[in-house]
Design a protein around this ligand. Structure first.
Ligand SMILES: *[C@@H]1O[C@H](CO)[C@@H](O)[C@H](O)[C@H]1NC(C)=O
Ligand SMILES: *[C@@H]1O[C@H](CO)[C@@H](O)[C@H](O)[C@H]1NC(C)=O
Ligand SMILES: *[C@@H]1O[C@H](CO)[C@@H](O)[C@H](O)[C@H]1NC(C)=O
Length: 318
């Protein structure tokens, strides 16, 4: 197993996985909750999200433009204006989150596939270096999120229209993984549709570089939840578990009815009754990813499923 050499996060992830593996199907707990933050100023501060204690991972969304010689663009949709250094103050919030044990990642991508792509292995290497220097442990002069070092990078990408272009997501992930040091693991995660139709990250996931994959059961996928027929969701989860070379898989869900165009919302009580007993029975089950913090804060989704997904008793002791 590759986990052993990879430092503290992996230890905690594998601990979660062990907990999940030792609980038989039907029991719960032992999972983690991930959320996206950054796409709606109405969602409130990052530090406030972390102080809820509901989240274990927060993906700051998004670095929308990068690669192919583009100037990188961090777009936090009105939270702050990164082009004038106006997002550097987020460093305090990031550190607050990290002190609370929340892993904070920079999410690459977002909706507009045309604004990000990688032309070559060299392009991927340069983007990895840029990310390391500007968001991770590197020492760029002007860092968009200030001096706090993020825990890793999330790939929520769609760009790369040709097969050859898509190869380079693997180069980028591998380049970032190469910056991991003892005690300073660069955490790598990816968001992918529950269907295998989307081939953008297929090779990168197959290369085994991602610590976690958030499998999106929303946005119009045929494998979304339906109360009458759980089979498509179950088959998708089974396939991801059998095929994905990632240490942990998360069930990605909209945090409210309106959170995702194309549906996929599972009411919390349906989730805990119908979905969780099934998904948590798999050894790669890592927990739940919610899109996004705004809708979660409005709907209280994570608050409602927290004690079933995580071990509330265990967590209050930590
Ligand atoms: C951010 O600042 C830049 C530079 O001053 C400005 O051109 C841009 O319009 C601002 N963006 C927003 C969304 O306010
Ligand atoms: C990562 O480092 C290894 C060993 O130095 C090197 O062979 C490999 O090319 C690097 N990978 C990337 C994608 O930069
Ligand atoms: C939740 O589950 C109940 C009982 O199975 C079902 O009737 C209802 O339609 C489900 N709700 C949604 C939104 O799927």
């Amino acid at each position: 197993m590759t986990f052993l050499k990879l430092g503290s996060l992996f230890l905690s992830l594998s601990l979660l996985l062990n907990l999940a593996a030792t609980s038989s199907a039907g029991q719960s707990g032992g999972g983690a909750i991930a959320v996206y933050w950054g796409q709606n100023p109405g969602e409130g501060r990052l530090s406030k999200a972390c102080r809820t204690g509901n989240y274990d991972f927060v993906n700051i969304a998004f670095l929308t433009a990068f690669g192919g010689g583009r100037s990188p663009v961090l777009d936090l949709s009105g939270h702050c204006n990164a082009s004038r250094g106006g997002c550097a103050a987020l460093s305090r919030d990031i550190r607050t989150c990290q002190k609370l044990g929340v892993k904070v990642l920079l999410s690459l991508g977002g909706g507009d596939a045309a604004s990000h792509s990688l032309d070559s292995a060299e392009d991927a290497r340069q983007v990895a270096e840029y990310l390391y220097n500007n968001f991770l442990f590197g020492k760029a002069f002007s860092r968009p999120l200030g001096r706090a070092a993020l825990d890793g990078v999330d790939f929520s990408v769609a760009g790369g229209s040709t097969r050859k272009d898509r190869l380079h997501w693997e180069d980028l992930a591998g380049g970032l993984a190469n910056y991991s040091r003892e005690g300073r693991k660069v955490l790598l995660t990816a968001a992918a549709d529950c269907e295998f139709r989307d081939r953008t990250l297929k090779r990168a996931i197959a290369a085994g570089v991602f610590d976690a994959v958030w499998v999106r059961f929303f946005g119009g996928a045929t494998c979304q939840y339906s109360p009458e027929n759980l089979l498509p969701m179950k088959l998708s989860w089974e396939r991801w578990n059998a095929k994905a070379k990632a240490a942990a898989l998360f069930v990605g869900l909209p945090a409210a009815e309106d959170a995702a165009a194309g549906g996929g919302y599972v009411p919390p009580e349906n989730f805990t009754a119908q979905v969780l007993p099934f998904v948590s029975g798999y050894p790669k089950y890592g927990g739940v990813m919610l899109w996004d913090r705004y809708y979660d804060a409005a709907n209280g989704y994570s608050a409602q499923v927290k004690c079933e997904v995580k071990d509330c008793e265990v967590n209050t002791d930590i």
